[in-house]
Design a binder for this molecule. Structure first.
Ligand code: 3AM
Length: 179
């Protein structure tokens, strides 16, 4: 079985801005800069045949390239925060592409989470029990105005996730150009 997901990679200037944003973050597990990405669909643990089929479907996705900008900060998990992320400025072409990726994966027999897509770039994973809430609130308040440069999205990627004791490492399996 292969643990895989589909994501957008981020250009160097945006990665630099996110690395700066991560400085001093009161979080136990800050995502290493080489792992920062914008997930379009988490495929989960899939067998090679299903992945091959999904890959074939992704190759046939026709969608235009587009510009995107990251903005603001948010947390997932409600009362039990589990991740801190950079938000994404609302983008119809991003939603269009994400919908196509999700449909292609489903048509290949892969069960995708039915929850509404919330575009984000995870910056740190949190431990709710050990979170210093006042410190985090202060950290976030000072950085809510965060905004990245616009970036041009020209492709999306199929990534394999290797889980290890020191966190995940990602391996690029395929790259799909946009029009
Ligand atoms: O884009 P981020 O980093 O937020 O959290 C995992 C990561 O998302 C997510 O897939 C991305 C690549 O690992 N992920 C992991 N397990 C998941 C699951 N069971 C999941 N997303 C949904 N359901």
């Amino acid at each position: 079985m292969i643990r895989a997901f589909v994501a957008l990679s981020l250009p160097e200037p945006v990665l630099d801005a996110l690395a700066t944003l991560q400085q001093g973050m009161p979080a136990p597990r800050v995502v290493p800069v080489e792992n920062l990405h914008l997930t379009l669909a988490f495929l989960g643990e899939v067998d090679e045949t299903a992945l091959e089929e999904a890959h074939h479907a992704f190759q046939h996705i026709a969608a235009p390239g587009f510009d995107l900008r990251l903005s603001g900060l948010g947390m997932f998990g409600g009362a039990r925060p589990r991740a801190l992320y950079a938000g994404v400025v609302e983008s119809a072409p991003l939603r269009h592409l994400q919908g196509k990726v999700e449909t292609a994966a489903r048509n290949a027999g892969i069960a995708i989470d039915a929850r509404r897509f919330v575009p984000h770039v995870t910056l740190a994973r949190l431990n709710a029990a050990r979170l210093d809430k006042p410190r985090m609130a202060h950290f976030m308040a000072g950085r809510m105005g965060f905004s990245s440069h616009a970036m041009t999205v020209t492709d999306f990627r199929l990534l394999r996730s290797h889980l290890g004791p020191s966190g995940a490492s990602y391996e690029e399996l395929a790259r799909y150009p946009l029009q």
